[in-house]
Design a protein around this ligand. Structure first.
Ligand code: ATP
Ligand code: SF4
Ligand code: MG
Length: 365
């Protein structure tokens, strides 16, 4: 059974200009038509480079960002259409764990106070004693001693603080936890411990996760399905093993080629696809396939003018590329010498302009 279903979700932020008259001069298309489903008890990994809209999508699910259009169906209810009061009552079932645990924990509150605050607001635990009992139980589950109750966030290491962040979500008895870059601020050795903890908690409590990361290596082992996002949209989605065995979208192949392989022989000979240029601005996305400004396999005309839709190639492997089949069978080879693409004209004053993506793309193998 699916717990969360996103149907063509768009989140556009208006870009305003003017001192006397506040005019909307454009929109940042941070999330532009994402559809995906997360099954109860499973983990969906969402990856893509900085600025592609991952956090905005996560926040939109919790309705921390307004949804411009589309449906966010959680356990059969469209959250986008839910009145504020009902959303408030539902919110404890959807929690978020943040990248920077210290930044998201109030330094002046002790751990008991941080954890009890949300419980009281959502009516979890009738008395202070009841709440304390539950907090101690959850602290044990996340691997922290009961003595942590009276201590303050700065007294803990980065990994322990992330455990506190996870505990703060758990005390509210959620069904879905959105983990936004949960380990990217941690040392590599600690990252695995926190990911293992998330898996243990999932098994014990039947949790469902949306795990956001910019690094494919982080989500690999924890995810049942993985979605790859580029400039506000999904470009590929597949069961985790399938995505790693057969990445079909050029962008996924480029991301994958950046993940080091432990075997030195394989590492020396593996394909490396270097993407030149930055992500174009979501305020002024390229026409046609949004990846065409950086795609080594870009073909004339169609790639520049027609936007590919996410198409199921079979077995739930969805890819948004006009030439996925030809690229896979080698009929189309990557080019090293691309003409600079033509981008749409940009209204003056729109921040973060379409920079970067215009450079030619080179590949090496
Ligand atoms: N409140 C806002 N108003 C205007 N633009 C915004 C707002 N929030 C995010 N954006 C823009 O939306 C785009 C997507 O941002 P988002 O933070 O969702 O990306 P991300 O994939 O989470 O990146 P990162 O990996 O760096 O966290 C960016 O261009 C960002 O500048
Ligand atoms: S549609 Fe064209 S530009 Fe887009 S990913 Fe496929 S080959 Fe590249
Ligand atoms: Mg983010």
């Amino acid at each position: 059974m699916s717990l969360l279903e996103l149907d063509d979700v768009k989140v556009y932020f208006p870009v305003r200009r003017g001192v006397l008259f506040d005019r909307v001069v454009g929109h940042v298309q941070a999330v532009d038509g994402v559809s995906l489903t997360i099954e109860a008890g499973q983990t969906y990994g969402l990856v893509g480079e900085s600025g592609c809209g991952k956090t905005t999508l996560g926040r939109a699910v919790l309705r921390l960002n307004d949804i411009t259009s589309g449906r966010v169906v959680f356990d059969g209810t469209d959250l986008a259409a839910l009145p504020d009061e009902e959303m408030r009552r539902t919110r404890h079932r959807l929690q978020m764990v943040f990248q920077d645990p210290l930044g998201s924990l109030n330094p002046r509150q002790n751990i008991e106070s941080i954890l009890a605050e949300g419980m009281a607001a959502h009516g979890i635990g009738a008395t202070r004693e009841e709440r304390r009992k539950k907090i101690v139980e959850i602290l044990r589950r996340v691997g922290l001693p009961a003595g942590a109750l009276s201590r303050y966030p700065h007294e803990f290491s980065g990994g322990q603080r992330q455990r506190i962040g996870i505990a703060r979500a758990l005390v509210l008895e959620p069904d879905l936890i959105i983990c936004d870059e949960p380990v990217s601020a941690l040392d590599v050795s600690i990252q695995a411990q926190v990911l293992n903890l998330l898996e243990e908690l999932q098994d014990a409590l039947g949790l469902t996760y949306l795990v956001i990361a910019h690094d494919l290596a982080v989500v690999r082992h924890i995810s049942d399905r993985i979605g790859v996002m580029y400039l506000g949209s999904l470009v590929e989605e597949a069961p985790s093993d399938t995505l790693y065995a057969e990445p079909r979208h050029p962008y996924t192949r480029a991301l994958m080629s950046a993940v080091p392989v432990p075997d030195p022989d394989v590492e020396d000979s593996r394909e490396r696809i270097l993407l030149r240029g930055d992500l174009p601005s979501p305020a002024n996305p390229p026409a046609g396939c949004r990846f065409h400004t950086r795609c080594p396999w870009r073909q004339p005309e169609r790639c520049d003018t027609e936007r590919p839709s996410l198409t199921d190639l079979g077995g739930g492997h969805r890819v948004a590329c006009h030439y996925a089949a030809e690229i896979a069978d080698g009929t189309i080879q990557p080019t090293r010498d691309l003409a600079p693409p033509v981008l749409k004209e940009v209204p003056a004053g729109v921040p973060g302009q379409a920079g970067g993506g215009e450079e030619p793309v080179a590949t090496t193998s």
